[in-house]
Ligand binder design. Structure first.
Ligand code: GLU
Length: 486
């Protein structure tokens, strides 16, 4: 059998992490079996669907490296197919027109509520005669199309994640609406119906989607039977949960892939993390792998039934692994847009080689790409802020003299690592002070703080853009006197 799977997002919002994770599992399964992965945009809800969401979904999938083999197919361009399929069920007597008004349905629901019964349609128009239908139409009523659901049916399937599943027809809410009302003919067809028409047409062999679709699966199986079509296999994947064990939602900070992108996650780190959300490789000690690598191992036996808790620390750790092992050239490419967004200007010596050296200086401490913005602020601004510890350091005895000595050793030639270290050594000797005092004071003068990355490299980079002398000069002016800000 050829494996054909699909992801079928509705463009009513940005690419959601849950949808993206479903896409990952579909992709892995397709690739494991040398099958095809199809993208179908479920845009039949014309009011809520937006082209910018379709764009966001597709660019998010591409960014993550989840490329599809066929599509995108748009349901909005396939309405004729659904209409024909509705007509087929009507002709076979498997579906019928229902003229019940919304007021009548409300009343039905109220009476069921009063009797403590679950709300369901009571199939009252299942057996209308042509005369009764004509009478309703003469009253100006429009009709929805309902598909007959046998209350006595037991719907059973073997779910690839959850094992044997069964639903009773009586738990499906009565005959289901498959197309909305329209004053003429057949109105807009609905999700559970179009999904089956499409999955049959696209010869989908496995339907892999979130477990929130389990009740839909029961309904959809009845539709496959009605169309006399092969029923695909189903795999319902666990939901992504927050720390409290509830479904991850907007309240948890971020939910869309573009949000994760803006927060500085790399596509490789994020997709690696999503792969582990509910699945584990055969060698469970192995946590860092590409999609292609995971695809070799992927099967549903290793997908958990229980919900997958979203763990930010783990995601950060994985992301940092990708960042730390990335060539500087590539990392620079990824960081530049974050600098640009922060308004940093690449002027006065801040050319590509300089930027790459700056990236090497901080790379080991970056967890999310966006961290690079704060970490390099002192390299892009003229006015640096003095931290409380920095300010304290400047009040130490001897600091002023030390900084003056450093300043006067700096001529206009470009600084090298040897020259910088020579100057420090020289000042230690000349002023008879500890090396630590020189280093700390110099760091404060150059960066405003007592902590930071390698001092020599920091100094060289500041020297290359011509700001080290000015910073030293400014600091000398305020050293050893009452200071509030530089
Ligand atoms: N449009 C549905 C969703 O985004 C598709 C579900 C399915 O895969 O059938 O949840």
């Amino acid at each position: 059998m050829t494996v054909r799977v699909r992801i079928a997002p509705s463009p009513t919002g940005n690419l959601h992490i849950g949808t993206a994770r479903t896409a990952v599992f579909n992709y892995l399964f397709a690739h494991h079996h040398g099958g095809k992965f199809i993208l179908r945009i479920e845009d039949t809800d014309l009011e809520r669907s937006r082209p910018e969401y379709t764009e966001n979904i597709m660019s998010g999938l591409r960014w993550l490296g989840i490329n599809w083999d066929e599509g995108p197919f748009y349901q909005s361009q396939r309405l004729h197919l659904y209409r024909e399929a509705v007509q087929k069920l009507l002709d076979q007597g498997l579906a019928y027109r229902c003229y019940t008004t919304s007021e009548e349905l409300d009343a039905l629901r109220e009476s069921q509520k009063a009797k403590n019964e679950a709300p369901r349609y009571d199939n009252r128009h299942r057996h209308l005669t042509p005369e009764q239908q004509a009478a309703f139409e003469a009253q100006g009523r429009s009709s929805v199309i309902r598909f007959k659901i046998d209350d006595d049916r037991e719907i059973v399937w073997h779910d690839l994640v959850r094992g044997k599943m069964s639903w009773r027809g009586s738990d499906l809410g009565g005959d289901m609406v498959i197309a909305r009302a329209a004053s003429d003919g057949v109105g807009q067809p609905l999700y559970n119906f179009v999904v089956v028409v499409d999955d049959i047409d696209m010869q989908i062999s496995h339907v892999i989607r979130g477990e929130d679709h389990i009740a839909n699966t029961a309904k959809q199986i009845l539709l496959y039977e009605a169309f006399n079509a092969t029923i695909p296999q189903f795999a319902h994947t666990p939901l992504i949960l927050n720390q409290e064990g509830r479904k991850l939602s907007k309240r948890d900070g971020v939910t869309s892939i573009s949000d994760f992108q803006a927060m500085g996650f790399t596509p490789e780190g994020l997709v690696n993390y999503m792969t582990l959300l509910g699945w584990s490789p055969i060698d469970s000690t192995q946590e860092i792998f590409s999609l292609d690598h995971a695809a070799k191992d992927f099967d549903f036996d290793r997908v958990n039934k229980a919900g997958a808790k979203f763990d930010w620390d783990k995601l950060d750790w994985l992301n940092s692994q990708y960042i730390h092992n990335m060539p500087i050239d590539k990392l620079t490419d990824l960081i530049i847009p974050f600098w640009e967004k922060a308004g940093y200007q690449f002027t006065r010596g801040r050319d590509r080689p300089w930027l790459e050296q700056l990236v090497s200086l901080i790379a080991a401490s970056v967890t999310r790409l966006v961290n690079a913005v704060d970490m390099t602020k002192i390299f892009f601004t003229d006015d640096i802020e003095l931290s409380p510890e920095g300010s304290q350091q400047l009040q130490q005895e001897g600091v002023k003299a030390v900084l003056e000595a450093v300043f006067s050793s700096l001529n206009n030639q470009q600084l090298t690592a040897e020259l910088a270290q020579g100057i420090i050594k020289q000042v230690v000797k000349e002023k008879n002070v500890k090396k630590g005092l020189v280093m700390r004071s110099l760091r404060v003068a150059l960066t405003g703080d007592v902590h930071g990355p390698d001092l020599t490299q920091t100094w060289l980079l500041l020297n290359q853009i011509g700001v080290d002398k000015t910073r030293l000069e400014k600091t000398i002016d305020i050293a050893e006197i009452e200071i509030s800000a530089m």
